[in-house]
Write a protein that binds this ligand. Sequence first.
Ligand SMILES: [Zn+2]
Length: 216
Amino acid sequence: MYSYRKALIEGGKTLLHSGLTVETWGNLSLRDPESGLIYLTPSGMDYEICTEEDIVVLFPDGSISSGTRTPSVEKDLHIAVYRTRPEINAIIHTHPIYSTIFSCIGEQIPLFLDEAAQSLSAPVKVCPYALPGSKELAKACTNALSHGENACLLKSHGAVCIGRTQKEAFKAAKVLEMTAEIYWRIRAIGKMPDSLDPKDVAAMRHFALYNYGQQK
Ligand SMILES: [Zn+2]
């Protein structure tokens, strides 16, 4: 039987070894679409030693359903994103190097790669600066994800990536960082990439949502 707690513990270890964050920065959550309960990683704990008992379970209004640990400082951000995007059930917040370069200079990352069109679905916006853990940051983040986007950048901070499943959210996080690195390298040789045609983006996004992979 699927365990949200177990999936989050494994997700924490994957995050730690993904190169998408350092130390205990970054956090992740999953939502059970049946009950609406949100499973969130605890604040500041090493993902190598986290156990299923350390996971904090929240009601949709943010109050604690179970768990004795202090939830991630970005609890309000996770709650607000789930409220804004009822179809998604996984959120990953990371501090990746190349994506954060563009978050620091406040420049959005355009859609110029097929993988980004499929996984991120839209240019990646940068939210205005707000303190980590603040209600303002939660609001800015939901604004940047309110039109079907699967990723956004938090100014001078990091990235938030979402998906229907944890696998999709991780894919978005990896594709975002790959896109940011390629964008940085293109800019480093003094060039700009050509953005994809919105019609092609829509076709690839539809394919990614409904047709990609082995059909049953
Ligand atoms: Zn952070």
